[in-house]
Design a protein around this ligand. Sequence first.
Ligand code: PGA
Length: 249
Amino acid sequence: MARRKYVVGNWKMNGVSAALADAQAIFAGAEARPAVDVALCPPFTLVGAMVAAAPAGAAVGGQDCHSAASGAFTGSVAAAMLADIGARVVIVGHSERRDGFGESDADVRAKAEAGLGAGLSVILCVGEPRDVRESGGAIDHVLAQVAGSVPDDFDPHRLAIAYEPIWAIGTGLVPTVADVAAMHGAIRGALAARFGDAAADMRILYGGSVNGENAAELLGTDDVDGALVGGASLTAAKFLPIVEAAAAL
Ligand code: PGA
C-alpha cells in the first residue's frame, strides 16, 4: 500500500496561548485534505491546550522527550507524560537537540524507544552539517546516524525518519532534488537491509526550509513521504500550501 504523505509542523520555541488560533486554522485546513496526515508539535506548554483546541483525532506532539519513564530529571518530560495530555507524536533527535544539547545517537535511540513504548508515533531526525556535505560525506554521516539511532523493533507505521540537512534548517537553502533523492534512497536502502519489507511502510520526511513554493518539488521527489516544517508551520497561511502540495501528489 502506498505510504500516506505526512506533513509535520515543528513550532520549536515559538508560541503562547494566542497561537492556538493558528493551530485551529491549520487543523481546520488539514481536515479538508484528508489524504494527508498532518501533525503539529508546539512547545510543551501548549501541547495540552492544543489537543483541547484541535478537532478530535488531530495529531499534536512534543518536540522531545526524556528516555526514562520518570525520575530526578529536572526540566524534562517523559514520553508517557506527553501521551497523558493527549499527544500522539514526538520528535526525537532534532539537530537543535543533538548539537545544542549534546544528544548522541544512543540518546536519540533511547528516546525513540521511550516514545514508542508510550504509544506515541516517533519522528526521528537525522542530517549532516555543511562541512560534511561539502566534503562529500553526507550519505555516510546520515546512514551512521540511522544505524545508531533507529531502534531494532517497532511498528514501521509508527516511526518516520526526517532527513534534515543542518545547513538547510532556517536558512532558505535547500539541497538539489537529486541530492534529496539520493539521500532518501540511501536511507530507504539501509532500512530495507535492516528491516526487510517493513522498510516500505516507513515514511521518510524531508526537512529544512520547506515552504509553499518549494514543497511540490520536494514532496514529489522519489522516497520523500512528507515534510518536517519549522518556520513555515507557524501560520495557516504558510503551512496549508505545503499540505495542499502534498494532497495534490
Ligand atoms: P525550517 O526548520 O523549516 O525552519 O528550516 C525545519 C526543522 O528544523 O524542522
